[in-house]
Design a protein around this ligand. Structure first.
Ligand code: ATP
Ligand code: MG
Length: 393
């Protein structure tokens, strides 16, 4: 037996008053987008303070659930069976049919909870629940009623038809995409930045992304890997506009002019400057990176401070306090790990010094950057104007 609908539950505490509409409307929109990709015919509606997804006559339940589980803002998904309203006697038969399909041979404790959304329904909720409970007891002799701490709650919603559900599947939580503006993700081919993008998207933030490519030092396959990672993140975040910046000339110029132990930090500052430039044009209100404190030389607290100094937008570093293990666990959970560990380098090793500075001093770095004055503005402008834009859906 397949389910006819899904009841979508979301955390309501956080969304009082006016925001509730914005939240619900965004959630409905994201559910529609997610299910469109599964197949046609799902119908998502907001009715009487509930969000229901009505399913087509035939559909792949597992795929539909997988899609719903990736929609931020959903706390629980309850698969529902819907029966025509032909009076309480018939409903008693229907609830037994439901139990036989969903919990065959049920032998635990249970209660029936009825919610009368249709106020004109002639039987009061309590009486209706009692009637349903009796029918279940008769059909399942080993089951027992426990109204206080039942192992199973069978919920009935009386609407124009009779809705029955009793199981809940956990959703992603978070907030629907689009309820919290947009931010620019610095997306490399590594493990950390896709996870960082996922985490900020989970707070309702739409993503745009930038990748710094350095051909021929970084290969086309490295670029394809970043595109693939963006696609994987987009399964949660929805469409991502990916800007691919050709960073080669800037890197070579820094390599030529600046002390090699400062290359990484100066490169990172230019990445942030360029990302912020694109962010401004795309109405992004923040930057996102996969930096984690102390992970590598460019991520010591001193390095982060010096990198951050070029930014005026807030920089979100959601994995800042995570150990690698914790980031890997999340990467596996969201399905980006296997792609992230493919061996194509996202940053050419010739540009990485053997002993990079780990405690850069801002004034020293600024002094080194002054050696770039002659040509760097032109190179940055050129990188921006030749950016390739890829729409990831
Ligand atoms: P990741 O696993 O995300 O690549 P990492 O541990 O390799 O991170 P770094 O290479 O120091 O760390 O990069 C730190 C952050 O800077 C990355 O998480 C990412 O947000 C950004 N970044 C680094 N290289 C690039 C790049 N080529 N294009 C876009 N962003 C980059
Ligand atoms: Mg990296």
């Amino acid at each position: 037996m397949t389910f006819h609908a899904f009841l979508i539950k979301y955390a309501e505490i956080a969304i009082k008053g006016k925001n509730r509409y914005l939240f619900e409307d965004a959630l409905v929109r994201q559910i529609r987008l997610a299910l469109e990709k599964v197949q046609e015919g799902f119908e998502t509606v907001k009715e009487q303070g509930r969000i229901y997804v009505y399913c087509p006559a035939e559909y792949d339940e597992e795929e539909a659930l997988e899609a719903l589980k990736r929609v931020f803002g959903i706390v629980y998904i309850c698969p529902v069976m819907i029966f025509e309203d032909c009076g309480a006697e018939q409903s008693a038969l229907d609830i037994v049919a439901y139990m036989k399909a969903v919990h065959p041979d049920y032998a635990g404790t249970f209660k029936v909870y009825t919610r009368r959304a249709k106020k004109s329904y002639p039987v009061p909720s309590m009486e209706f629940s009692a009637k349903m409970g009796e029918a279940i007891l008769e059909a399942f002799p080993n089951a027992k009623v426990d109204v206080h701490t039942p192992e199973l709650t069978v919920s009935v919603e009386i609407r124009d038809r009779i809705y029955i559900y009793s199981t809940t599947i956990s959703g992603s939580g978070g907030m629907p995409i689009g309820t919290n503006g947009k931010a620019m993700l610095l997306l490399s081919g590594g493990i950390d930045s896709p996870v960082a993008g996922y985490m900020i998207a989970k707070r309702g933030v739409m993503l745009e992304a930038v990748y710094f490519h350095a051909p021929p030092y970084t290969s086309d396959r490295a670029k394809q890997k970043v595109i693939d990672l963006a696609k994987l993140v987009a399964r949660y975040s929805g469409r991502i506009r990916l800007h691919v910046i050709n960073f080669t000339d800037i890197q070579l110029y820094i390599y030529e002019k600046c002390p090699h132990d400062e290359l990484t930090i100066i490169m990172r500052r230019y990445m942030m400057r360029i990302a912020e430039e694109i962010a401004g044009k795309s109405k992004c209100l923040g930057l996102i990176t996969g930096e984690s404190l102390g992970q590598v030389a460019s991520q010591t607290i001193q390095s982060l401070a010096v990198t951050n100094e070029v930014c005026t937008l807030p920089v979100f570093r959601p994995v800042i306090g995570f150990d690698k293990e914790e980031i890997v666990r999340l990467a596996r959970k969201i399905g980006t790990f296997d792609t992230s560990i493919l061996p194509y380098e996202d940053c050419c090793t010739i540009f990485v010094a053997k002993h990079p500075v780990t405690k850069p001093i801002l004034s020293v770095i600024q002094k080194s950057e002054r050696k770039l004055e002659e040509d760097i503005d032109r190179l940055v402008k050129e990188a921006l104007s030749t950016a390739e834009v890829i729409e990831i859906d």
